[in-house]
Ligand binder design. Structure first.
Ligand code: PEP
Ligand code: MN
Length: 267
């Protein structure tokens, strides 16, 4: 199988504007709220994160929620707010696309296109994002074998787009103490199998605020090329994933600790 693959393990570096991810580049720090909830919320968050230092601003506008009765995201309006906030702080943005019908808009507004865990198996969507040239963040399906995740990346590459960043976000196991089981062994495995940069999302990977810092350190120690962390100005009142979102102060502490440990550069 490997001899037929485009992603053979040869190291690839992905560019996001002026940023480079993978290889010897410093870890990419992605942070922001689970969901864009209002213009003010995303703007306030962005300004606070800018002070601390963040490479990419995240925020979901099309939210894959388990219940149809919970907040589904602000849609295109949210995309405008996220872009405005990113421009204000001079940082590229990332958001998830779930439906091909919104791809054009997401490609127009967002610097990186996220394929969420639930869509890792959505082969028509993978083919579509294979036909664009913007960087794709491909999250691991929550029940995906490494082999299936490799082939999902291969779909995107096969359709022409090699600007792929992988994201380990935890898998379902028998253990329910944490929201998911964060599979850090996937980091070196995926790097050597595909050569693609890989980041880790300890927020969805654990679902618990107090575990974000230790798992972030673990991820970087395993060779992850970056982190994606949910941070919110008021987690208690967040419309989604408040329990795993760091406050701005906690995100600041995490950044300082990663600097003290030598994982991030002190500026
Ligand atoms: C997200 O990052 O917003 C998200 C929904 O994560 P996942 O697809 O990993 O569940
Ligand atoms: Mn979330």
């Amino acid at each position: 199988m490997k001899d037929k693959r485009i992603l053979t393990g040869e190291e690839l570096v992905v560019k996001i504007g002026k940023l480079s991810v993978g290889g010897d580049n410093p870890p990419l720090m992605i942070a922001g709220p689970c969901a864009v909830e209002s213009r003010q919320q995303v703007m306030e968050t962005a300004l606070a994160l800018k002070e601390i230092g963040v490479d990419l601003l995240r925020g979901g506008v099309f939210k894959p929620r388990t219940s149809p009765y919970t907040f589904q995201g602000l849609g295109l309006k949210g995309l405008e707010y996220l872009k405005e906030a990113g421009e204000k702080i001079g940082t590229p943005i990332i958001t998830e696309v779930m439906d091909q019908r919104n791809l054009e808009a997401v490609v127009e507004y967002s610097d990186v296109i996220q394929i969420g865990s639930r869509n890792m198996y959505n082969y028509p969507l993978l083919k579509e994002v294979g036909e664009i040239s913007k960087p794709i963040l491909l999250k691991r399906g929550m029940s995906a074998y490494i082999k299936e995740w490799i082939m999902a990346a291969e779909y995107i590459a096969a359709y022409g787009n090699r600007n792929i960043i992988l994201c380990e976000r935890g898998i379902r196991t028998f253990e329910v103490y944490t929201r998911n089981t964060l599979d850090l062994a996937a980091v070196p495995i995926m790097k050597s199998e595909t050569g693609l940069p890989i980041i880790v999302d300890p927020s969805h990977g654990t679902g618990r605020r107090e575990l974000i810092l230790p798992m972030a350190k673990g991820a970087l120690a395993c060779g992850a090329d970056g982190l994606m962390i949910e941070a919110h100005i008021d987690p208690k009142n967040a419309l989604s994933d408040g329990q795993q979102s760091l406050t701005i102060e906690e995100f600041n502490k995490l950044t300082l600790e990663l600097k003290n440990c030598g994982f991030l550069k002190k500026v």
